[in-house]
Design a protein around this ligand. Sequence first.
Ligand SMILES: Cc1cc2nc3c(=O)[nH]c(=O)nc-3n(C[C@H](O)[C@H](O)[C@H](O)COP(=O)(O)OP(=O)(O)OC[C@H]3O[C@@H](n4cnc5c(N)ncnc54)[C@H](O)[C@@H]3O)c2cc1C
Length: 435
Amino acid sequence: MTWQNWAGTASADPARRYWPRSTEEIAEAVLAAAEAGLTVRALGSGHSFSPAAVTSGAALDLSGWNGIVAADLESGLVTVRSGTTIRELNAALSILGLAMPNLGDIDAQTISGAISTGTHGTGARHGGLATAVAGLDLVLADGSVISCSADKNPDLFAAAAVSLGALGVISTVTLACVPAFTLAADERPMRLDEVLARFDEFAAGNEHFEFFWFPYGKNALLKRNNRIAGPGSAGAPRPMPSWRRFVEYEVMENAAFGALCRTGRRAPRLIKPLNKLAAATLSKRAYSGSSHEVFVTPRRVRFVESEYAVPIQDVLGVLAELRAGVARLADPVMFPVEVRVAAADDVWLSTGYGRENAYVAIHQYVGLPYQEYFRLFESIVTAAGGRPHWGKMHTRDADYFREVYPRFTDFLRVRDEMDPGRRFANPYLERVFGV
Ligand SMILES: Cc1cc2nc3c(=O)[nH]c(=O)nc-3n(C[C@H](O)[C@H](O)[C@H](O)COP(=O)(O)OP(=O)(O)OC[C@H]3O[C@@H](n4cnc5c(N)ncnc54)[C@H](O)[C@@H]3O)c2cc1C
């Protein structure tokens, strides 16, 4: 059966499939694939827009290798099996009174797929999900298992947390979790010009800040999530009533927005007015709840996406160029632009390596032309030294990454040590790491 990713931008027909349910079975699958002369790819939940998970060799479906292996409530260190989805992880952590310090927009990804591509949320004092990794166990090409952490095999650790499955198959991930906390969400429409003028204030003054902006509209949706009563507080949640949550998120953001998108796809000349209509329906919402319930929202309308991390001081210039360029596109854009922020980190291939970033993500509804828009975007963000999200669409190759990642050559050295025969190769890795 053909494998396809969520967005329909990548598909594959693996020669063999394996469903390992233990570290030993992962090792056996890797060795059996090697015996048959096949390359190996671990599958997450297929939520990358880039062809990162594509293979014509052996595909390892880890959906049966999930759940918590060990948890230390004192230190917050929790070890999970690599096929665990973030949704499963959040549910299990919640029972333990723990939480991930930060999350992205959805929870459908596996923990290993998410860290392997540098998945992130927002917050000027927070790194991406890989910065919560305290240790990893990897199955290598010869079937052996190697552990790494900041103290044990530190170079491998710095390389492995964001490594696109290029070094081996992650078997378990140890995460540094925090005590469960309550987030207060404040979401409101605001003039885009005001959001941009106060960008630094919003980024510095909120734990988690982001905004969405519909091209052609003058309004943005500003989202700010802050802890209630400090770190570790369980706070007093004021959840949004379930009927309102249904109307706001399922109806307005998914069903009604999906209907607008379908209308736009049938009649592209209506896209600009529909876009303005969507922006005009943005409403103020204030509620609070468990952190993972506030971070995560349902995303049922399918889209294609590209996202780059740019140095935070360059983001206003990047957005000004994008705003001017979008107005000149032949094919109109149906989806909003999303802007987030993140702290610097020390994971070699993390978009956050050594610098504070703003993330600019552009989207287009599936089935609408996106190539001209994405080309325009890429020309602007690469001029600013942008680093593409490894799991989203981009056209960069190894020569570019050598320039924008100071430890790129070190990563390639570790890859040569861990996988000299390129058992874990695929065409995407050949492009981004070189042949
Ligand atoms: C609707 C939607 C919303 C999204 N929101 C965000 C967001 O808010 N923030 C953000 O940063 N990104 C976001 N993304 C992107 C997404 O988080 C990443 O692409 C992520 O990698 C997907 O995880 P996955 O489990 O689907 O992995 P896959 O896409 O299946 O795989 C990704 C990579 O990980 C490798 N891999 C998987 N498991 C293992 C393993 N056990 N060992 C070694 N390698 C492995 C695969 O081989 C592949 O190279 C979003 C994507 C979608 C579709």
